[in-house]
Design a binder for this molecule. Structure first.
Ligand SMILES: Nc1ncnc2c1ncn2[C@@H]1O[C@H](COP(=O)(O)OP(=O)(O)OP(=O)(O)O)[C@@H](O)[C@H]1O
Ligand SMILES: [Mg+2]
Length: 246
């Protein structure tokens, strides 16, 4: 089976700091990959390169068999790769439903700027995503009123409006209380299962990683130090010492 996402020799440095160290990586359709690593290890940078926000100095990224290196984020989204952000990128002045409508517009090839909000997005798709992430009761709530956990859900829900084949989530539970984290992951994973979306998620909480990942990749200093099943990677002595601090 050919890989859904593949990188070869991905390299990038910020000044003298190497943040991607010739990364070779491959992800198959259907995987649930957790990315772990200390602050500054290069996890977000890797996502930024794959999704077109940053261009690598060497190496390439391919998605569904096509070389997408250096393409714009918008073009990459249209091919089926979406992402959510470490800090949710929301339209605070709008309500939940309007945010989903706006997100849905990104899939459409060309829209006149004057097209009124509310009629331009596919209402059926918005309804479906509201149900999927359990935000139906909040649809008319201004985003600025939502607690952090529901903002995180909404951020991922906006990515689901793009109907991705692959969704990359950068710390979907950061900033959320530990009691709330599992509930959020349950909702997200159920939504991804229903939509048959392959997923990568960056996560610092080992319990969440164990519970929801089928595979773990551990980032150290701009490279992948261990990659395999959660049991194997989380028991790796280097990972325990340098990533988990135990
Ligand atoms: N645009 C930039 N210019 C210069 N340095 C940067 C830039 N973006 C990131 N860095 C640096 O690159 C390194 C990797 O950053 P990155 O955000 O990828 O880490 P991370 O693994 O996602 O960390 P965290 O767990 O804190 O989110 C860090 O030292 C960071 O300060
Ligand atoms: Mg990060």
């Amino acid at each position: 089976m050919s890989a859904l996402l593949q990188t070869r020799g991905l390299t990038l440095a910020f000044g003298g700091l190497v943040v991607a160290n010739g990364i070779d990586f491959s992800l198959e359709e259907g995987e649930r990959l957790a990315v772990i690593g200390q602050n500054g290890a290069g996890k977000t940078t890797f996502i930024n390169i794959c999704t077109g926000l940053i261009r690598p100095t060497a190496g390439n990224v391919s998605f569904a068999g096509n070389d997408i290196t250096g393409q714009s984020p918008r073009r990459i989204v249209r091919q089926g790769m979406a992402r959510s952000f470490q800090l949710p990128q929301l339209f605070l002045e709008h309500n939940v439903r309007q945010c989903l409508e706006l997100a849905g517009m990104a899939r459409q090839p060309r829209l006149p700027f004057w097209r009124p909000l509310g009629r331009s997005a596919d209402a059926v798709a918005v309804d479906r995503v509201l149900e999927l992430v359990s935000l139906r009761e909040r649809e008319h709530e201004p985003v600025s009123n939502l607690p952090e956990g529901q903002r995180k859900l909404l951020d991922v829900a906006m990515s689901l409006m793009l109907q991705p084949r692959l969704l990359i989530m950068d710390e979907p539970t950061s900033g959320v209380s530990s009691e709330e984290k599992h509930g959020i992951m349950e909702i997200l994973m159920r939504a991804l299962d229903e939509q048959r979306v392959t997923a990568i998620f960056v996560e610092h909480d080992v319990d969440i990683v164990r519970r929801y990942a089928t595979r773990v990749a551990a980032w150290i200093s701009g490279g992948i130090a261990a990659d395999g099943t959660p049991d194997v990677v989380l028991a790796d002595p280097t990972v325990q010492r340098q990533v988990l601090g135990i």
